[in-house]
Design a protein around this ligand. Sequence first.
Ligand SMILES: Nc1ncnc2c1ncn2[C@@H]1O[C@H](COP(=O)(O)OP(=O)(O)OP(=O)(O)O)[C@@H](O)[C@H]1O
Ligand SMILES: [Mg+2]
Length: 390
Amino acid sequence: MIAVQAFSVLSPLVAPLAMLGFVIAAMALPLQTGRADMDHDASAQGGILPQLSAEHLAAAVTEPLIVFDQTATVVHANAAAISIFGSITAGMSLPLKFRAPEMQALIEDMLTGGVSSLAIDYVEKLPVERVYRVSASAIGHGTGLYVLVFKDQSEARRIDRMRADFIANASHEMRTPLASISGFIETLRGPARNDPAAREQFLQIMQNQAGRMARLIDDLLSLSRLEMKSFHRSGVRVDLRNVVESVIDSLAPLAKDSGLEIERNFADGALEVPGDRDELYQVFENLLENACKYGQSGERVIVSIAPSTKGPEPGIDVTIRDFGPGIAEEHIPRVTERFYRVDVETSRSQKGTGLGLSIVKHILTRHNGRLSIESELGKGAAFTVHLPTN
Ligand SMILES: Nc1ncnc2c1ncn2[C@@H]1O[C@H](COP(=O)(O)OP(=O)(O)OP(=O)(O)O)[C@@H](O)[C@H]1O
Ligand SMILES: [Mg+2]
């Protein structure tokens, strides 16, 4: 308090700010140190904190912070507040700066309500939409000063929305085969009860739909396992030639059924990268399976492995190129999104879940790798996996 008195002789603004310093120091200390009580006592007894400028303390707070008085006039705004909300100077009217009704109500309630703190959600529309949780608190007791702190909630909101979309998509994908199975059960109990040929056909459809649900669940589990597991660089090196060769072997029956020839174009020498063999297997399996499913009409698929020539770091590129219908430019950036399919019916008829490429992308990120997609409509698509060798 002595420090506050001494400062107040110098400037009318310093006193309230020094008061703010006490409040911030009192709030910040228990959060920042395990010896909260001891340090708190030290500051109250005239340790180093009361001598710190409140302005410096406010500047050290990374969230926008505005101090105002009983007449809703700005006393101080920290650098974060100015950089986000533009010019805010001492003496400015706070309700004129923040005209949104919820902000007006917050300020009004704070000044007249006799409560020590309040919070609202506030949306800034420009230049980009951002959502803030704004809390207003009285500073100390009877100081006539208040502080607004803005916490940016935009990222948390975006994640919430993504989660909600994901659940909606996943349930929709589950509901479709389930509805089909329920429908056939009814038919089998009713009109088709005594029709062995129809019964056989419907049971086959039901089996396919059940298979689709099982695949969907496998893919969802695979994604969530990848998200849960942090990636440890084990130092194990994976021979890409060997992995790709076994993927080609396992998909040979699909290629044959689709009337496709798989051509190999592997460079000589070591083609090894650090990584997880099973995960990389999954990457090439997804890509080659897509090439066979969607690029069927092109009659051939070329799989090449070569040291990469582009990019700053040494690496290996694996390219899977088909000569099918290709992917239109506007869809290319979106095909790695969960559940995104260019043509839902074609994908469903090919037993797709729309999760394959999002799994690929996830695995590559864990390997510091990249996926690039090049395609021209009518001429096919090339998916290149770039993996660093170190
Ligand atoms: N080689 C390709 N040629 C043309 N379109 C492709 C090709 N690869 C992928 N696509 C398009 O991208 C979409 C997403 O592919 P992704 O592998 O993520 O899902 P999917 O194949 O439908 O299902 P899943 O891989 O889970 O079985 C596909 O539905 C398809 O529309
Ligand atoms: Mg796929």
